[in-house]
Write a new protein. Structure first.
Length: 224
């Protein structure tokens, strides 16, 4: 199981990383919110452990951006603030659980296990034609061939597959795959559509992404 640990206290981060690895977790550790957001968007994780008080972007900002981009990896928040209002705020933004500092390592491990169990009951893969979108591993597959998607590629393809062959407009894609601080336009969308087309071709799928001039994109392919 792979975790992303975002904690700005480097000494605590080293200790947590060591203990998590001793408990058979693979760990990517980062020390600020911008790194946490980038890793979460582009990597594949079973759980994100996210400190609230971090430089560049705080944990609440990272959490909010991930959920607005429809990245639903389970998130356990770490905070030195024990106030109920802060816990409620984080949970309302989409956090799965909360651990207040100081904490016992066994409590954190238990909460990680709990959110991964809940995740396991909620996983739903998507199919269109001969292609399957694996929502746990961020992959698309056809037959025995598989390609891993980046965060934005996953978000865009999930929107297309959920539309079931109907058109998804450029504006809708931009609103869901990009945040307000990093605006995009149709040319940015086209770049990721091109990447997706290459990955669809690489797995030998009969599904394709059709461009609807001046409007957006849809999936085409024989349903099975």
């Amino acid at each position: 199981m792979k975790l992303l640990l975002a904690e700005d206290d480097r000494d605590l981060s080293r200790v947590l990383t060591t203990i998590l690895k001793m408990n058979k977790y693979m760990v990517d550790a980062v020390n600020n919110g911008e790194e946490a957001l980038s890793y979460a968007e582009n990597g594949e994780y079973d759980v994100i452990v996210l400190d609230v008080m971090m430089p560049k972007k705080n944990g609440f900002e990272v959490l909010d951006e991930l959920r607005r981009k429809r990245i639903y990896t389970p998130i356990v928040m770490l905070t030195a603030k024990a106030e109920t209002a802060d816990r409620v705020y984080g949970l309302d933004l989409g956090a799965d659980d909360y651990v207040a500092k100081p904490f016992e390592m066994q409590e954190l491990l238990a909460r990680i296990r709990a959110v991964t169990r809940r995740k396991g009951t909620q996983v739903k893969n998507y199919k269109f034609g001969d292609i399957t979108l694996d929502v746990k591993n961020f992959t698309i597959s056809s037959g025995n061939k598989k390609e891993t998607l980046s965060g934005k590629e996953y978000t865009i393809f999930k929107m297309l597959i959920e539309a079931e062959g109907n058109v998804v407009t450029n504006d809708t894609i931009i609103d869901n795959a990009w945040d307000y601080d990093n605006p995009a336009d149709s040319s940015n969308v086209m770049i990721f559509i091109t990447k997706l087309r290459k990955k669809i071709e690489a797995i030998g799928s009969t599904v394709s992404i059709k461009s609807i001039k001046g409007l957006g994109y849809c999936l085409v392919g024989e349903q099975v």
